[in-house]
Design a protein around this ligand. Structure first.
Ligand code: 9MG
Length: 298
């Protein structure tokens, strides 16, 4: 029996504001939390100067996208008022706009989306999957990329009870399909849309998150060519649960998860530890390319 060549299908390029992102190799999105209560940065980058230095470091380390967030999404984190979020995020977009890197903004608030796009953001990363009233309108008339994420419940309460699914993978896929259909019906081009199963957002820590990782491609809407999948597992509880380590010591586990997601078709990996993830993905891509050159083994 010949062994299949090692090649998850490559999605079409993603239209992303000033950029068109190709996925011949998985891209690395560096996390820039501009929040005093960030779950893994502990607020040390809350100052804009620190955040800028952190962004510059991630770019030097090979980040393909910078994801700027002004409100923590960790379970139980309190919502941030609109003005506060704008003050955290907009000056950073303005200052980073000159760098040749796509700028993503992690927000679900339509007003933040509008202001971020006016300031020069290239991608809107919405953990609410563009369900907030006005959010689709806020992005419709630009050419920004969108990341549509699955979440069960909301950040304040999502991990309080035991999240329940029949089959988590098919339910996430159905949800993302419904959201993508709503975006397409609103006139948003297919080439602007990426999808995300939302690791840690209303999922049982081990059972659901690892089922989604195991069948990552099936968690996306059925589509040919596939929508690019973004996977964010970096330093999350699903890594801590199996390694027994606190957030600051989850680098190796997070890098392993990123590689395993790339192998299962992830196009973008959202990570804290850019340098380590970039290196690991280079090794993975070299193996993939060698396996593909060799063709099927008999
Ligand atoms: C903001 N944020 C935190 N975790 C995330 C994840 O897994 N995916 C996306 N798209 N955004 C996330």
């Amino acid at each position: 029996m010949p062994t299949a060549a090692f090649s998850p299908p490559i999605p079409e390029p993603l239209q992303c504001g000033r950029f068109k992102l190709s996925f011949e190799r998985p891209l690395v999105m560096g996390i820039l939390n501009v929040t005093p209560d960030s779950f893994s940065d502990g607020g040390q980058y809350a100052m804009h100067g620190d955040a800028l230095r952190q962004a510059e470091r991630m770019m030097l380390e090979g980040a393909d996208i910078i994801d700027i967030g002004g409100e923590s999404t960790r379970p139980g984190a309190p919502p941030v008022p609109l003005d506060e979020e704008l003050e955290r995020v907009i000056p950073l977009i303005e200052q980073l706009r000159g760098a040749n890197v796509p700028l993503s903004v992690d927000t679900y608030k339509p007003e933040v989306m509008r202001r971020a796009l006016n300031a020069g953001a290239d991608l809107i990363n919405d953990i609410w999957g563009f369900r907030m009233p006005g959010s689709i309108d806020a992005v419709r008339d630009s050419d920004c990329g969108l990341c549509v994420m699955h979440m069960l419940g909301e950040p304040q309460t999502m991990q309080l009870g035991e999240p329940a699914y029949g089959d988590v993978v098919s339910e996430v896929s159905e949800f993302l399909n419904e959201r993508v259909t709503a975006l397409r019906q609103a006139g948003i081009a297919r080439e602007r849309i990426s999808v995300d199963p939302g690791f840690g957002f209303g999922k049982a820590v081990v059972e659901h998150n690892y089922a989604l990782l195991a069948r990552l491609a099936d968690s996306a809407p059925p589509a040919d060519p596939p929508y690019p999948i973004l996977a964010g597992m970096s330093r999350k509880s699903m890594i801590g649960a199996v390694t027994g380590r606190p957030a600051a010591e989850r680098v190796a586990g997070s890098v392993a998860a990123a590689v395993l997601a790339a192998e299962r078709g992830a196009a973008i990996l959202r990570v804290h530890d850019v340098a380590q993830t970039v290196d690991a993905l280079k090794v993975w891509a070299a193996l993939r390319d060698a396996a593909n050159r060799a063709g099927p083994r008999s």
